[in-house]
Design a binder for this molecule. Structure first.
Ligand SMILES: Cc1cc2nc3c(=O)[nH]c(=O)nc-3n(C[C@H](O)[C@H](O)[C@H](O)COP(=O)(O)OP(=O)(O)OC[C@H]3O[C@@H](n4cnc5c(N)ncnc54)[C@H](O)[C@@H]3O)c2cc1C
Length: 497
């Protein structure tokens, strides 16, 4: 039996019916189908629908940033603060990305000084990332840089955030900087002219538009813009996907007391909680064999951080997607599987963990979080040795000192390594940068470069560089490093040498 969308043999007739039904639904004007119906045809050999050509309205900017997540917010702020007319394109209705959806805390603004006696405590990520923390502090939206008193061979400070205030504060900062904030807007294509990227295609309920810019930054986590622009990429699928629960109605003191009676916590940090200083904001420890056995079945990991009494974030349920993380249908199955796991996770907390008897799921991420989507090929690929040997480069754009595999893998002597400018320059394209989880092919090196605070630092460098390129009318490879460095230093970015 033919369906409404099966044009079958009687193509013209069915197309008319289809357009009529769209009109009746009042959707015609929105999707532009009725207006364009003369040009719309069915491809007889494939039975596919040939989309009609359409003239798009054009908006022009100096810098266009794809993705308003961890790196993208900072990139757009840096570009706008350096004088560029900047657009930030985000498919969701808010800013913040994985910081607000997946992570435990922001790892880590400091070197790992405590694990290396004699090493000086140094804040190695500053600049806009620190500006965001300062703003959050004013509204009670962060634990502050809470020093780890246990587990400091893994992390040195825990900077936990209120995820909802993070969204608000970053959006306000973007607005103040004059960024054109295009939320609820999906980036769907690119306009290339040889090796130069001319524009991005976006779609929203305001219709399809072409965004022209002099410089572009891909912070979409999945590398969508780079892929549309024809950049070289791989899809390693080398991590589990995850959705994280924020769990409310928890008696934190009861939970901590239970841990103490059960061998104690192996991670502890004290910071600001519910407006009071010196309170536990991060803890972790053994929850018993039965809990562990059940937790393993649902890929649950619970490194607990909080900035509010009675609330835990993030309890993570992981799942390795059997197919491709770019395949809608594989991901749909994964979304369902992880939601089942999340319900089970709350049951386990209620059953096994004193203080959590009446806990419930207060928030989840709207989609699965990913630790790596596409890997975009850039002019330099940061290696595992670069990271753990603490190498710095002639074109460093920041320093970073955290490794997610610590204490097994740490940066040599509690020091830092540098992210070279070249690592953000997309290979083969003149005016496109890549930032965040989409760079660094070696899984072990990626376990450091993909972390939140490192992504933010990359964003500041790319935003600043893109603004300078737009001002100088030059390509990313023509930009004099000395100019970039001078501007980053002016904006409080820390350099080791
Ligand atoms: C489950 C999980 C737990 C983690 N835990 C920690 C932790 O505890 N501490 C830590 O430091 N790091 C942690 N990380 C790593 C870190 O959070 C991420 O690597 C980092 O936040 C990635 O930043 P990003 O800017 O690359 O991407 P994101 O922050 O994900 O931003 C990408 C943005 O692009 C948008 N976007 C994507 N495609 C399009 C499109 N086509 N059009 C428009 N918008 C688009 C997305 O909606 C999103 O807002 C974790 C990661 C995951 C997944």
């Amino acid at each position: 039996m033919a369906t409404e969308f099966d044009f079958g043999k009687d193509t013209a007739m069915k197309r008319r019916d289809f357009n009529k039904s769209i009109l009746m639904l009042g959707l015609g004007a929105q999707v532009g189908l009725v207006k364009e119906s003369k040009a719309a045809t069915l491809n007889q050999s494939t039975n596919g629908y040939l989309e009609p050509a359409q003239e798009l309205p054009v908006r022009k900017f100096d810098v266009a940033v794809a993705g308003a997540g961890t790196a993208g917010v900072v990139a757009a702020l840096a570009a706008a603060r350096n004088g560029a007319k900047t657009i930030l394109i985000e498919r969701k209705g808010y800013t913040g990305g994985t910081v607000t959806e997946g992570g435990t805390a922001l790892h880590s603004f400091y070197n790992l000084w405590k694990a290396f006696p004699g090493v000086k405590k140094t804040q190695v990520v500053r600049g806009i990332a620190q500006d965001i923390i300062d703003r959050l502090l004013k509204v009670g939206g962060t634990s502050g840089h809470a020093e780890m008193s246990k587990g400091y061979d893994y992390d040195s400070v825990c900077t936990a955030i209120d995820t909802e205030l993070y969204k608000l504060v970053t959006m306000e900062m973007l607005d103040e900087a004059g960024v054109f904030i295009a939320v609820n807007t999906l980036l769907t294509g690119a306009i290339s002219d040889g090796s130069r990227l001319r524009g991005a295609i976006i779609e929203s309920r305001s219709g399809r538009e072409a965004i022209y810019a002099k410089s572009f930054i891909d912070c979409s986590a999945y590398g969508d813009l780079a892929a549309f622009a024809g950049a070289d990429y791989k899809v390693p699928n080398d991590y589990s996907c995850c959705n994280s629960i924020g769990m409310a109605n928890v008696d934190l003191d009861g939970y901590v007391a239970y841990l103490k009676s059960n061998g104690g916590a192996n991670q502890v940090a004290h910071g600001i909680r519910s407006g009071e200083n010196d309170r536990i904001v991060r803890f972790n420890g053994g929850l018993g064999r039965d809990f562990r056995k059940e937790a393993r079945k649902i890929g649950m990991s619970s490194m607990i951080t909080t900035v509010h009494d009675n609330y835990l974030m993030f309890v993570k349920c992981n799942f390795k997607v059997p197919g491709s993380v770019l395949n809608r249908d594989d991901m749909a199955k994964a979304e369902l599987e992880v939601r089942k796991r999340q319900a089970r996770a709350v049951e386990l907390f209620r059953k096994y963990v004193p203080g959590c008897e009446k806990a419930f799921m207060a928030r989840t991420s709207p989609t699965l979080n990913i630790r790596r989507g596409r890997l975009i090929t850039c002019d330099y690929d940061i290696s595992h040795e670069d990271v753990i040997q603490g190498r710095h480069f002639d074109d460093d754009i920041m320093a970073y000192g955290f490794h997610d595999n610590a204490p097994r893998l740490q940066i040599k002597d509690g020091g830092t390594y540098g992210i070279p400018y070249r690592a953000l320059v997309v290979a083969g394209i003149d005016n496109l940068y890549a930032c965040g989880m989409m760079i660094t092919s070696d899984h072990r090196a990626h376990m450091s470069t993909r972390n939140t605070v490192c992504c933010m630092g990359q964003g500041q460098a790319a935003g600043t560089a893109a603004a300078l390129c737009a001002k100088k009318n030059c390509t990313s490879r023509e930009l004099p490093y000395a100019d970039l460095r001078k501007n980053l230093e002016k904006d409080n970015v820390y350099f080791e040498a």
